[in-house]
Structures are given as C-alpha cells and as structure tokens.
Design a protein around this ligand. Sequence first.
Ligand code: PLP
Length: 391
Amino acid sequence: MMKGFTTKAVRYGENTCPVTGALTTPIYQTTTYAFETVQELRDVLEKKSEGFVYTRAGSPTQKVFEEKVAALENGESAISFASGMAAVSAAVLAVAKKGDHVITNNAVYGSTYHLFAEMLPGFGIEVSMIDVSNTRELEEHLKDNTKLIFYETPANPTMNLIDIKKISKYHPLSMVDNTYMTPYLQNPLDLGADVVIHSATKYICGHGDALGGIIVSNAEFIQRVRPILRDFGAALSPFNAWLLIRGIKTLSLRMDRHCENAQKIAEFLQKHPAVKEVYYPGLKNHPQHNLANKQMRGFGGMIAFEMNSYNDAETFINSLELCTLAVSLGDMKTLVQHPGTMTHAVVPGEKREKIGITDRLIRISVGIEDVEDLLSDLKQALDKIESSRTT
Ligand code: PLP
C-alpha cells in the first residue's frame, strides 16, 4: 500500500498510539528508560529484546525519523545525528582508521573540506582531494589501502555533478552526501553507492528550525557507525527528531516548488547582462545536463552564479530587499550568500579559485515564495549594478 514517495513520507514508521489514540508521533523527551529488573535492562543492551536504554544511543522519536528516511532512500537501515557534520564525520570514521587512505571530491561543503584537509590527517588518515568526476585522476589515486570515495552531487557550491553509477564501480566504499537533492530527487543507493548522508538541517527539515544529520546504508554498515554515535555522543535530540519528522512529510511538495522556482530564476539570471555565468543543472547549457536527466528526478533548488567582479557580487547581495543574506540552504525562504567568504571561507584562497569558488560566485538557495516576487527582487538588485555602470 505504501508505494509512493509522499505516502511513505507522510505515514511510514508512524502508527496511531494504541494507548491514547495520538495521531502524531510523540516527542519522547526523556534522557533514560526505566526497567523492572536487571535482566530486562541487560536483554535490551545485549539486543536480546527490543527497547531503549539511554537517549544518546537512541529513542523512539529518533527511530521513527530513521526508519522513514531509510524507506525514502531505499536503504536497509539509518542512524541519525545532531547535525549533518556529525553524520559526515561518523560515516568517515566508521570506515577509515590510522594508516588508511581516503579520497574526496575537492568541491564539497566548507566544513567537510576542512574535515578531510585538516582533521583526518591529524588522526593519521591519508587524504587525496581530487576531481572525482575525472575517472583518470581517480584511478591514479586509488591504492590498496583506499577505504572510501566521498562526494556530493551536485557539489556545494559549484553545482558540478558526479556520475554515481560510474564511481560506484570502483572498489572502495562510495559515500554520497545527498543533501542538495534529497531522497525525493535522487537515490544514490539505487545507483550503486554504498552509503548516503544528509544534512537533515536543510530540505528534510525545510523550516529552518532544527539541525540534524542522517546516514543510510545496509544494516551491517549502520551497526559499524553505532559505537561512534555512542562514544562521540553527537545524538539527535528527541525534539529535533520530531521537527524533522514533521518537516519530511511535506518534502515532495516543497521540492516541486523549489525546482519550479529555481528553473525560472536560473533562466532569468542567464539573460541578465550583469550576470556572467549561471550554474544550474536544469539549464540546457550546463555541461552535465544529460547526466542530471539520467540520475536526478529534478534539478533542485540550488543555483550558483558568477558576477563580473567581487564588488558587483557584494553590491548585488546588499541590494536585495526580499531574499535574505544567510548561510544554510533548503529553507522555505530564499537565502543568498557568498561562498568564498562565508560557507567556504575555510578553503584556502588559491584552492578555492581552482575548484571554481571564485570571489565573484554567489549561491542562492531558492525558496518556495511566489516566483514573481523573487524575480522582481533579483531584477531590482541586478539592475542597480547595470545602472551604476552606465552613470
Ligand atoms: N553537507 C552539505 C552539502 C551541506 O551543505 C552542509 C551544510 O551546509 C552539511 C553537509 C553540514 O550540515 P550541518 O550544518 O547540518 O552540520
């Protein structure tokens, strides 16, 4: 009965409470669970019976969220975290130990870049940061001790795509950060990837009011991650789990609108004389438009575009009246930011340029407002740049 994406998003893993009849999953706002006997508590700890012991290791509200996302990603199992970065770091540490080698795409979210560039080498893990879409470069970097290939597709913020099917054929585990696409628009596990990660803070939440992260994979991999959640301790709170369950129910409706608005905005930006280049996979001239059509079910709500100079970029952002200057993405409100000095400021300057994060680059997370209002705000801000040039 639960075949469709939205049916699963609304109903999967949630039953009416048999005691009270409550329709909505309750927030189990408790840190610990009480038992009658020592044996009962030990049985749960030793996995001989179902139950919960301590909220850092799991709670009924987290479990509903995990089961729902696993179902939407067509995965066997999932584990949730306090943030997307907690999920990314736990997934990597579940695979790579001192002496191992890992590969990551060089265009990734700023903190993920820093995790690979600075943190992992500090733990004795060797890291290669390359263009994963270039399979020749990838093959040159593969070694016997390479444990994983990590990437985002589309990449934050450049909007470059990576062919999931192609990369999944290589022997190390392939891990895809699917935050930009969400399970509604792309299912990496179906294309052969081993592990999917989300910053649930973004589209899954959708309301800009809760941090969260989640890893989806097979049951064996999720079991490997559990001790990291337990010992590093970045547990999702029951309240945030509840907010994420609420958010994900409307994911498909919101994503349809994000996609529709973003396509219109990308086409508008492409025609405006103040804009030099637009990066959006829904545009026919995006170099990987065909790949987007193959592996994605929509082009998403994220756009990157380049102005002619840093000054133009700053003037444009400062001139916006409706769109909001803020980092983060996936909110119902349209958010605009400058990756080079904000989300990706931790990437060293010369590396940023090489990856394509120039000082002229702007990122828009297109919201679900009426697109005419968004277009008129963007137009008035861009027109200011054009008119300052002619006066
Ligand atoms: N992955 C991607 C693609 C992101 O854009 C972000 C944050 O912007 C993260 C992971 C980290 O998520 P969080 O802020 O929930 O830790």
